[in-house]
Design a protein around this ligand. Sequence first.
Ligand SMILES: C[S@@+](CC[C@H](N)C(=O)[O-])C[C@H]1O[C@@H](n2cnc3c(N)ncnc32)[C@H](O)[C@@H]1O
Length: 233
Amino acid sequence: MLHAVFGSLSRSRWVARLLFRFDLPSLPPGGHYFDVTTLALLKASRLIPAGASVLDLGTGSAALIALSLWRRGCRVEAVEIDAGVADEAERCIRRQGAHLPLRRANLLEGAPSDTEFLLFNPPYVPTAVAERRGLPDAYRSQWDGGPDGTRVIAAFLDALEAHDGCPTAFLGINGRHVPRARVEALVAERPGLRLEDVVSERLLGVQVFVLSSGRSDPVSPAATAAGAAEGSE
Ligand SMILES: C[S@@+](CC[C@H](N)C(=O)[O-])C[C@H]1O[C@@H](n2cnc3c(N)ncnc32)[C@H](O)[C@@H]1O
């Protein structure tokens, strides 16, 4: 029931405009503007200082997090793997007149080594769960997390560990699909990564994992500590 209500809110252009204060175009059938993790990451993104260089990984149809950071004066690059979703995101970006490049790429392929922060709301719904719910095949890249929901999460952690730079990464995961302990275990399996913090958004059921490469101090640790004031454990 709650799921259905949230689903229709997330498809409403009016609700998205109210929440994000952008004049958004309508999306094709089956598209949605945001999910619970978008909201948690949007909140986490307020810890990022103006002027920082940020990657919005898997920017999605409406590029909402990228646009919000751009509006706050960050140097943002959006990345998207799905060609159709990238076209929709570009439409949204153009509509705002935003100076914000969008790169079509897989995860951190080609990501600049001086990236200071990155945010990712990966597809994490286990395939069988999503198919039971009838999530649209055309938007599979947005939800399909593989058999247990961790396929893209694990690939992302590998890419972050191998990345040349030392960005602070905010990884948002809906704990109803992939439990916190499972994500923590995946991080612990990768000695090149350090879990700096976990911010729990209990109302949304989402955890934001704050990660660094472990090679150096994360960018702006004070900022993540400030975020810990609310809801982190
Ligand atoms: C759950 S949606 C999140 C969209 C948006 N960032 C948000 O928070 O609402 C996941 C997005 O990541 C993209 N994506 C999935 N796998 C990816 C990959 N390997 N590299 C880049 N983007 C990817 C999907 O196409 C989709 O747009």
